[in-house]
Design a protein. Sequence first.
Length: 346
Amino acid sequence: MLDEHPPRIDLRDGALVTSFDPDVMRRVIRDELYAGDMRPASRWVPFGYQHLPSAVRLAAAKLVFLPRRLRRERQDPPWPNAPALDVLDALVGRRPSTPWGERAWGLSVTVDVDTARGLRAAPGIADVVERAGLRACFFVVGAALAREEPIARELRERGHEIGSHDMVHDNRLFVLPPVEMESRLARARDSVRPFGGRGFRAPSLLRSTRLIEAVGRHFDYDSTRCDTDAEYLRGCATVFPHRTEGCLELPVTLPMDSSLTYLGHSPWAVLEAWKRKCGYIRRLGGLAMLVTHAEPHLTGGARLREMLRAFLEWVREQTDCRCALPGDWAESLLVAGADDAPGAKR
């Protein structure tokens, strides 16, 4: 249908005229209704792929994703910048609510912790973040929290945020039957409650509309959707927090350390990619949501951890940027009662 009748925006007598309903189109883009089901390569592994050695997982991921580096920027939605929804909002005069006040843009540092081994490496990453005068949100799987609870408590006492990264990193949550999905999200919520956890991020950013709806019933905010995806032809195409399916979404807007590494970028190329994307986000006044990983083949290792240090030192020099934890952004949006923010989920 879209191929036969592509959307049009015309200027007639000084007014914009669209061939589509902007509100409907906004939902189609924001909620990724234009995209098909996600089909991760891990579905072919007959056991939990996290049990594979880190070096094997890294080699396998590069084998799968390296060919995409040659063509991903030329496909739709484009990557690493996908401005469709932000352009549409600007054309219809809609300005998203933002919690960074007089600063031009916002930034959050987050760390996905997929395993107990990753959680044991988390304090070292916290050291890097703290030396830059910042704090991070660690999205941790419930199984790791149960095994290494003292580490999570230490991180919380140091001023970091603990969020949920599901109970296990098996990449199956988004396709579970409704009852099983609700049960697992409830257990995930309970796993972070002792640490004041309020937010959720799905493993590998694997998502569906049904999952985001369910997350909104258990958590105050979600950070699973990205503005544009390196691995899949999809994304919400906005660098602003927004309400989606009754859930406050803080989208992932900087390419993940894992995605860039799997695409063959060196650590310093990762650093430059982050800086370039921050420049784009600054111009729009949006949120730079950084996702790193505590696993040893990613930012839990020495090379990428040094790259993170360099990036955060650069961030400190950006006087027009306000840095805060995702939970702080969510609290501000919920208290303000912004049009794009839902009521809190407890």
